[in-house]
Design a protein. Structure first.
Length: 137
């Protein structure tokens, strides 16, 4: 009978740290990305409100859906920054991806000239690659 008790104690000791780490990861996920949905709704509502007042006219309203992964990329950049305490390669990559997606969405929304937006996107992508090569991970 003592043998069964000792194996149970060993098993509980082994599972406690795993369960604790799992709970910590779940708590971080709940804290970190909850703002993404709220930010998307606020942004969409603001654009629709400005459009109703005649301040802004969005030609291609469907392009607002491109902002969803852009906001997600910004959230991933923020989470990576918070975890490492610095702007590492993961945070920089997500940040540049969010900026590129935001620029594409704005270009579609306001029917901007792609002759200007396209080269700007290429320049931004080039800067992103250079920054990731030059700066440490």
């Amino acid at each position: 009978m003592n043998n069964d008790t000792s194996s149970t104690n060993v098993q509980l000791t082994y599972q406690d740290p795993r369960a604790q780490r799992r709970a910590e990861r779940a708590a971080r996920r709940a804290q970190g990305n909850g703002w993404v949905g709220g930010a998307i709704l606020i942004l969409l509502g603001g654009i629709f409100l400005l459009q109703n007042f005649g301040v802004v006219y969005a030609f291609n309203w469907w392009a607002l859906f491109i902002l969803i992964p852009a906001v997600g990329a910004f959230g991933a950049a923020w989470t990576a920054y918070r975890q490492t305490g610095r702007l590492g390669i993961a945070a920089r990559g997500s940040l540049i991806g969010g900026i590129v997606l935001s620029m594409v969405a704005v270009a579609f929304l306001f029917n901007l000239n792609w002759a200007l937006v396209g080269p700007a996107l290429l320049i931004l992508a080039g800067f992103g690659i250079l920054i990731n090569v030059m700066l440490p991970n």
